[in-house]
Design a protein around this ligand. Structure first.
Ligand code: MCA
Ligand code: AMP
Length: 504
């Protein structure tokens, strides 16, 4: 028996004093050091009563220890459930309750505010801070630094990642060991990652991009990472000379281009820059090449599918496209109404099938059936076409979703909170172009008859329910919402009316 995920990503590094994580202060953690921490954590999780298949919910700051929790879950056969550090206690309570997580690991600074929601949802709360201290590590320190890896199969769940829906509450995407292994192997090979690579890692590690695309690809190749707590221009500029590769959302690249210190000289030694999670403007791609001589490699994916397409490493990286389907992955463009496959060049919905595609939504068989077809194709909700070169272009979305700086905002979720506010009859949340975040959210509020909603009070109030990145950047009042003959709100009309509201 074996544990394919642990063996493929982590186990083969056992006993190797090779460089793995470089911290901003110059400290370095070897693969072997890391695996000792991992084993202690796996022992601690087991001691706390976790059994194979149990979910471990985690909301902690980015650190080597946070990555070790992920590794420990793999080693102990547990399901890793990372949560955005911006989520409010109310949001966290839902995720714990819905997943049935029996343990919740959080920052000690947030323990008091999070404890009631964790307890109501039935999870035991332990703490782990970014400096590695906390009640969880206190326990781990008393336990052995070796652990008998728990047997698992490729079909077993490795992670549960929540993704919001266009209606109702968030859904837990069930990702198997095979989903993660196959994608990591494919990306490492395609992007030619080796043990000599040092990835400049400034993405958050609670989403697919920073967690699986960045970390798994590095682990499989045996390379190292410079782990920055978050995107910070000064730190990126200071650390770039030590890196060989960098992965980012488009905002990373537009921010870098706006800084005169970001030059061809600074990046000459770099091997690869990749972009994803949101559309990279062709203009950014071109500007980046002019400045640095590098063509950003854009790829496309989703929480439910991991990575699906990528521009080539060696071939032509085409601006405005996300490249062809990855090896072993099938992509087709279908008619949104009939599901029939459309000829190349025609715009339709993008469907994906392959070892990268998730197993379904946690305890939501109906939602799963709606989006994951019997024949294995997953309906992404993205609109695109396959061009004459066989490259895929994402041209829009068939889902009401805003992607702000790489974070997803589901208008419905925000509208439900806004509709509850004093003096508000109804609301519409729309995505509009934003110079820094690519696009971001505007809320249009319709007052109740004779009411005069207090915008400032509403802005403050929604902070109780919604993570900061979901807050509309502006709220405006309007007499009524434009509707079509069926009574559906015409968001395109609103988008047109307010299109320049975030322009510089
Ligand atoms: C921060 N804020 C945001 C965002 N980020 N508001 C809207 N959208 C955002 N993305 C808030 C902050 O709380 C702050 O609020 C204010 O905006 C300004 O923050 P600032 O300091 O400028 O932001 P930052 O901390 O520098 O963060 C911007 C960022 C970050 C670096 C672009 O959002 C980021 O790392 N994004 C990457 C997201 C990501 O990894 N997505 C992958 C998921 P206040 O002013 O009140 O303090 S998608 C995925 O995984 C799929 C599978 C894929 O294809 O990759
Ligand atoms: P998430 O649900 O957070 O995993 O976000 C996935 C969504 O991000 C996809 O469905 C796309 O809409 C979007 N996305 C990811 N990569 C790209 C890209 N390179 N270009 C355009 N959209 C992208």
């Amino acid at each position: 028996m074996s544990n394919p995920l642990y063996d493929t990503l982590f186990g083969h590094h056992t006993g190797k004093p090779t460089q793995f994580i470089h911290l901003p202060d110059g400290k370095m953690i070897t693969h072997d050091d890391f695996l000792h921490i991992t084993a202690r954590y796996a022992n601690a999780l087991t001691k706390l009563g976790m059994k194979a298949g149990d979910r471990v919910a985690v909301q902690i700051e980015k650190s080597p220890e946070a990555i070790a929790i992920y590794a420990a879950c793999a080693q102990a056969g547990l399901v890793f459930l990372p949560l955005n550090t911006g989520y409010t206690p109310e949001e966290v309570g839902y995720f714990i309750g819905n997943s049935g997580a029996r343990i919740f690991i959080c920052d000690s600074a947030k323990a008091v505010s999070l404890k009631p929601n964790a307890q109501t949802s039935g999870a035991m709360l332990v703490t782990l801070d970014a400096d590695g201290t906390g009640s969880f590590s206190d326990l781990a320190k008393t336990l052995p630094d070796s652990f008998a890896t728990v047997d698992r199969t490729r079909d077993d769940l490795a992670a549960l990642l929540y993704t919001s829906g266009t209606t109702g509450r968030s859904k837990g995407a069930m990702l198997t060991q095979n989903n993660l292994i196959s994608n990591a192997q494919t990306l490492a090979k395609l992007w030619q990652f080796t043990a000599d690579d040092i990835l400049l890692h400034a993405l958050p590690i609670f989403h697919t991009h920073g967690l699986f695309v960045a970390i798994n690809t590095t682990l499989i190749a045996g390379g190292a990472m410079i782990l920055l707590p978050k995107f910070n221009l000064d730190q990126i500029i200071a650390k770039l000379p030590k890196a060989t590769t960098m992965m980012g959302v488009p905002t990373f690249y537009t921010r870098l281009l706006a800084d005169p210190r970001f030059t061809g000289d600074l990046t000459r030694h770099m091997r690869l820059f990749t972009s994803g999670s949101a559309p990279l403007l062709a203009e950014t791609h071109i500007q980046f090449e002019h400045r640095t001589g590098h063509r950003i490699l854009e790829r496309y994916g989703m929480t439910e599918t991991n990575m699906t397409t990528s521009n080539p490493y060696d071939g032509e990286r085409r601006a405005g496209t996300v490249g062809p389907a990855l090896p072993g992955v099938e992509v087709k463009i279908t008619d949104t109404k009939t599901g029939a496959t459309l000829p190349d060049g025609e715009v339709g919905q993008l469907e994906v099938r392959g070892p990268n595609v998730f197993k379904g939504y946690w305890q939501m068989p109906e939602k799963t059936r709606e989006e994951l077809r019997q024949d294995g194709f997953f309906i992404t909700g993205d609109l695109g076409l396959i061009d004459q070169y066989g490259y895929i272009q994402i041209v829009g979305r068939d889902k009401d979703l805003i992607i702000s700086g790489g974070y997803n905002i589901y208008p419905k979720e925000v509208e439900l909170v806004l509709d509850e506010q004093a003096g508000v009859l109804e609301s519409a949340v729309i995505g509009l172009p934003h110079p820094d975040f690519g696009e971001t959210a505007l809320a249009v509020l319709v007052p109740k008859k004779d009411a005069n909603p207090d915008i400032e009070a509403i802005s403050e109030n929604i902070a109780k329910s919604l993570a900061r990145f979901k807050h509309p950047r502006k709220l405006v009042l309007l007499g009524e919402l434009p509707r079509n003959t069926m009574g559906k709100v015409q968001k395109n009309v609103l988008r047109d009316q307010f299109k320049d509201i975030f322009a510089e």
